[in-house]
Design a protein. Structure first.
Length: 440
């Protein structure tokens, strides 16, 4: 094939040029950013604004200025539950204030009234091949809901710019209300009998998800769902799913188009698939070691993994320099409820051993665990063991964070996002000019 031949012929030289820019000239400054940042995925470039959440390298995620322990303590809880209303978190992210129980329940009630998924969405999903990935189904389901977009309808009717946020909020509420139903139906379609699931109007967001999935321990899994969706809701605007949603939304695409783009990013192995990779590694250790190994045995296994050219998933983070508080919250949840579970014990042992091994190796800047190091283990305990579904769970949670960002972007009139690109030759010329200046 002519295109393949031509690209193959050019590729070695292009790779060397790119590698040289990234490795040898990373610190050369181009209009206040470095070449390393330009060719290295825009890492650490401060160019986005959001008041919904902030990742502090020393403390972890803060939702509207509040740490995870503060959020879990401050938000109101359903009667008899240990974890807060998801609707309370949504109120906090949207409004910036901790809600009362009545205000959190009002959001939950809004979701109940908006939770009906049109039949054409179910019909479309049933028509897909049986081996379709659950994330493909979720993305298609969200796109199919776009027929109900109030923002798209109002925009074409000619609404004023300062009113954009109002139908954006309506769309955000409608989307987040329907996502648990959509996700639970996909679970039924892929792994159960394919029946449509129904909301119980007496239950909250987390409890409804537990009953729609049909998990045996519904009370325990309802609390886990509340915790999981809260922890996975937002993580600044620079991660792939949040940034993709923001980017597409900046074109004034409605929230269905924007969030489907975010879901497509979340489906990538470097983003939303990490939780299942972490659980897979734990299960592999458990199988090969015949149970929970000793500390010395795990130490050797970890080194064997690294010396074999493989990575230990779930450890390290682009921003954090401490254990991810989302990991800490989930580990606390597990130890309080099922501390003798062997995978929980193993995950705790990995937390004790692996950071030290990674420090000894010297390659990881931050060897502490991230959220993915434990989240799949908790799902596995409650019987949700279909790995491909885990990113769908992540997607339901992520909507709770990116949709407030979307609404506020419309409310503040944030512009279409359009960064400037440079050619490789331009960067090489900048390096040559910088070298000449330093030599002179």
């Amino acid at each position: 094939m002519i295109l393949h031949e031509q690209i193959s012929a050019q590729l070695p030289a292009w790779r060397e040029r790119y590698k040289a820019l990234n490795k040898e000239h990373a610190e050369v400054v181009v209009d206040k950013v470095t070449i390393g940042q330009i060719v290295g995925g825009m890492r650490d470039i401060k160019s986005l604004v959001t008041d919904i959440s902030f990742v502090d390298p020393a403390e972890g995620i803060r939702f509207r200025g509040m740490s995870i322990p503060e959020v879990l303590e401050a938000l109101p809880k359903p009667a008899g539950a240990d974890m807060p209303y998801v609707g309370g978190l949504y109120y906090l992210l949207m409004v910036g204030e901790v809600p009362t129980a009545e205000q959190a329940e009002a959001v939950e009630a809004e979701w109940i009234t908006r939770s009906n998924v049109p039949s054409h969405v179910f019909d479309m999903l049933r028509a897909m091949p049986k081996d379709t990935h659950p994330m493909t189904l979720l993305t298609l389901g969200v796109q199919a809901l776009q027929t109900q977009s109030q923002f798209a309808r109002k925009y074409h009717e000619g609404m004023k710019k300062d009113a954009y946020w109002e139908p954006a909020l309506e769309d955000a509420l409608n989307l987040t209300a329907k996502l648990p139903v959509l996700a639970a139906f996909i679970y039924s379609l892929k792994y159960r009998d394919g029946r449509e699931v129904k909301i119980d109007p007496k239950l909250d967001f987390g409890a409804n998800f537990a009953q729609m999935l049909g998990v045996k321990d519904q009370k325990g899994y309802a609390d886990l769902s509340r915790l999981y969706f809260i922890l996975h809701s937002d993580h600044e605007s620079g991660n792939v799913s949040a940034h993709a949603t923001h980017l597409v939304g900046s074109s004034l695409a409605d929230v269905y188009y924007a969030f489907s783009a975010g879901l497509s990013g979340l489906a990538g192995p470097l983003h939303g698939l990490a939780n299942q990779e972490c659980l897979g590694w734990l299960l592999d250790v458990h199988k090969k070691m015949g149970g929970v190994p000793s500390r010395d045995e795990l130490y050797k296994f970890a080194w064997d993994t690294l010396n074999g050219g493989k990575v230990i998933p779930g450890y390290g983070h682009a921003v954090l320099r401490v254990p991810d508080p989302r990991f800490t919250a989930q580990m606390k949840f597990a130890k309080e409820r099922f501390p003798e579970d062997e995978l929980v014990r193993l995950a705790d042992l990995v937390f004790d051993v692996v950071p030290a091994v990674l420090k000894e190796q010297g390659k990881a800047k931050n060897p502490a665990p991230n959220v993915d190091a434990i989240s799949g283990t908790l799902q596995y305990y409650y019987g949700v063991r279909e790995f491909d579904f885990y990113t769908v769970l992540f997607g339901v949670g992520r909507a709770l964070g990116v949709t407030p960002n979307y609404v506020w972007a419309r409310a503040l009139g944030q512009p279409i996002e359009r960064p400037k690109s440079l050619t490789t030759k331009m960067l090489e010329d900048i390096v040559a000019k910088a070298n000449a200046a330093s030599a002179g």
